[in-house]
Design a protein around this ligand. Structure first.
Ligand code: AMP
Ligand code: MG
Length: 704
């Protein structure tokens, strides 16, 4: 059983459509993807919910993310019921049976009539009860049934353990779950048919080794009722809190606990996933998040007019800190993730001394020069198939690359240096002690640090982690980076663009940069130069992301609405940075989320994103601050640079010399594309002549 990438928790409802405005007792969907909780989704009726679930499953499947969907109603009835209706003691046969009989429309459905029919077919005395309709229905009583003589018990075994749970026979009254089951199982049955072999129902179809892309399971939010009470500090809708928190708990619980939860012994009555693991789930739900940034984190010292680049960077460096919580991740999936804690080797590499070559092993005995002849013992040591016995002193044994050194062997002579018969070998000395062998732990010793916190995991790191036995690692939940373009002149590429209009070039660039840097891009689209529209989009960005990147409108002009709005409501700090291209960089906090207001010019937008936004976001994401690696290389161009501000030139290296793009115009996007890096010139005046050393920063140094 591998882990799940996405956890969805559904709070179901047996009732009718609850209208457009989010309400309690409706259907709520909480999703946590890669450790990141989304805003809970309000689903006003079952048809809307079913469509949302289909869309979610399709989406996760397409992205290759394994999905667990929990529903808060019983997946089965007490023992004997499925067989009585379908002839099979199989809850899934009952799902199909109900699917064929339940009709479900927005304002009416036949659940009470079907329950009455079932009661009648079983003799008329239950098991269902609780007719909530105005009319009487033959076969369905209004009050509780006496189960003492009935063929089915009142509760399933798991319900007698789960505190406060209701019987699934009760169709009406506060907290009754019976209607949810009748109206829920047909939906699950359709999901099962639709996703066929990609979907498995826990526990009925899950043997421990199953790895279906989608797993449906019965859950129960009351298992974490204490955590919900603690976490919910405002008067919001509890159902929404519950689904979100239970999804968080299931995604945060240690993998071995989840494994144990899934491995619960069950039968035709099914089980509640997590029953018996309440403490683990509550602890996982309440795991601490790092504190948010302070609202004044972008404040500049008083009296600053033009901020030098170095000062701007060191101010940012001081004030940005990690904002993401820790989640567990399978090592195989961890490429591009950021380690939250240092990881220690669980095993040494190599775990034991072995031979680096094919040859013959023996105990070092002084390493005399001249011809040595050693008798061979029978057998050999191969990789994975060690030689079990001790090799006597003065004897040699056949060894193959990667094989553990047998007891009595510390030195190996290479095949090519040996003449061998069936019973002895001869070679010419001297040989050093330990020749051609690898010592246990010579690469890394068990218990020592394999990788530090903040490491952005590379393919090579996955090899290292695997070699030292780390199957899962603590990583930071992904930083969500929202991107917004502003300006009345902007059109979406692919649309018509008339006079005065240009295509939005910054958004695709910034979104794909965020992806390259291992962050989760959130596309906020384009907004015209309109204060109210901008406000709404900032609100959306703050709800959906950890940082917002805007481009355009960041100067102090008439149409610079981003800076105007941020000044009015977002604790704006306008950093006038002595930088070409770039200059105005609007930094602000919007509802606790940092906003980087980048310049509109694509060249300036990219330079500012690389130089300022990237290290700041690296710090927010848990990587820590990063400075790009630069190289001193001879210039292949000439330039007179004025004093007063830092400059970045679009550049590339050919034949060991740095070429600069012919034009420095900040609207020249082709130059960005032409370039493979930047030349960085500090604020001093300088006359650069061909052959002079300049500082070249390849785009790769910026993670691009
Ligand atoms: P602004 O910072 O809004 O004054 O914009 C500066 C320049 O950048 C203007 O020429 C804008 O038309 C241009 N610009 C702004 N946003 C974008 C964008 N998303 N894509 C391409 N050009 C842009
Ligand atoms: Mg503009």
């Amino acid at each position: 059983m591998t882990q799940f990438d996405t956890i969805a928790v559904v709070d179901w409802s047996g009732g009718n459509d609850t209208g457009p405005k989010p309400r309690k007792d409706a259907i709520w969907l909480g999703v946590v993807r890669n450790g990141e909780a989304e805003e809970p989704l309000y689903l006003r009726n079952r048809a809307v919910a079913e469509a949302a679930l289909v869309a979610l499953i399709e989406q996760e499947k397409a992205a290759g993310r394994r999905l667990l969907v929990g529903f808060d109603f019983p997946f089965a009835y007490p023992r004997g019921f499925a067989k009585a209706l379908t002839g099979q003691a199989d809850p899934l046969a009952l799902w199909a049976w109900l699917e064929a009989r339940i009709t479900d429309e927005k304002t009416t459905n036949n659940r009470f009539d079907l329950a009455a029919e079932i009661n009648l077919s079983l003799g008329g005395k239950g098991p269902f009860w609780g007719n909530a309709l105005g009319r009487d229905i033959a076969g369905l009583g209004r009050t509780k049934q006496d189960y003492s003589a009935a063929p089915f018990s009142e509760k399933r075994r798991v319900e007698s353990l789960a505190k406060g749970s209701f019987t699934c026979w009760q169709l009406a009254g506060a907290g009754a779950v019976g209607s949810q089951v009748l109206m829920g199982l047909p939906v699950l049955s359709r999901l099962r048919r639709r996703f066929a072999t990609d979907l498995a129902v826990w526990p009925f179809e899950i043997s421990k080794g199953s790895d279906a892309a989608v797993v449906l399971a019965e859950i129960w939010p009351s298992l974490i009722a204490g955590a919900v009470r603690q976490a919910q500090t405002d008067g919001g809708i509890r159902d929404a809190y519950q689904v979100r928190l239970l999804a968080v708990a299931l995604s945060q619980v240690a993998p071995d606990i989840l494994q144990q939860m899934i491995a619960a012994e069950t039968d035709e009555e099914g089980w509640i996933l997590g029953q018996g693991f309440e403490t683990d789930l509550e602890a996982a739900a309440l795991r601490l998040q790092p504190p948010p940034l302070r609202n004044d984190c972008f404040a500049l010292p008083a009296g600053v007019d033009w901020t030098p680049v170095e000062t701007a960077l060191s101010l940012l460096r001081d004030r940005m800190q990690v904002v993401k919580a820790t989640v567990e991740c399978q090592t195989a999936q961890a490429q591009g993730r950021i380690l939250a804690n240092p990881v220690s080797a669980l095993r040494s590499n190599p775990p034991e001394a072995n031979t680096a070559v094919d040859g013959y092993g023996f105990a070092y005995a002084g390493g005399a020069a001249g011809t040595q002849v050693l008798p061979l013992v029978a057998g050999r040591s191969a990789a994975g198939v060690p030689f079990a016995a001790k090799v006597p002193a003065g004897h040699a044994v056949r060894v193959l690359t990667g094989a553990a050194l047998p007891d009595g062997v510390d030195t190996v002579v290479l095949d090519e240096d040996v003449t061998a018969s069936a019973t002895q070998i001869a070679f010419r000395g001297p040989l050093k002690r330990g020749a051609n062998t690898r010592q246990a732990g010579e690469d890394i010793v068990k218990g020592s640090e394999a990788l530090p916190a903040g490491r952005l995991l590379t393919p090579a790191d996955l090899a290292l982690l695997s070699a030292v036995g780390c199957a899962q690692v603590p990583v930071r939940a992904r930083l969500r980076v929202a991107v917004l373009s502003t300006g009345d002149e902007l059109r979406e590429v692919g649309q018509d663009a008339g006079s005065g209009q240009i295509f939005d070039a910054n958004r695709p660039m910034l979104l794909s940069l965020a992806t390259r840097w291992g962050f989760e891009p959130v596309d906020l689209g384009r907004v015209g130069d309109d204060r109210n529209a901008l406000r709404a989009v900032f609100d959306e960005g703050a709800a959906r992301a950890d940082v917002i990147l805007t481009s355009g409108g960041a100067s102090a002009g008439d149409e610079d609405h981003v800076s105007a709005l941020l000044r009015a409501t977002g604790a704006l700090q306008m950093w006038r940075i002595a930088l070409k291209p770039g200059r105005p960089l609007a930094l602000a906090m919007w509802q606790g989320v940092p906003v980087f207001g980048l310049p509109g010019n694509p060249v300036a937008a990219l330079v500012c994103a690389l130089v300022f936004a990237r290290p700041a976001m690296a710090a927010l994401s848990g990587q820590g601050w990063i400075d790009p690696q630069g190289y001193a290389l001879p210039a292949g161009f000439e330039k007179q640079k004025k004093p007063g501000r830092h400059e970045y030139l679009r550049a590339r290296v050919r034949d060991g010399r740095v070429e600069a793009f012919a034009s420095e115009g900040s609207g020249r996007i082709s130059g960005l594309s032409w370039a493979e890096g930047l030349v960085e010139l500090d604020s001093a005046a300088r006359h650069i002549r061909p052959g002079d050393l300049v500082r070249y920063l390849p785009f790769g140094s910026f993670g691009m």
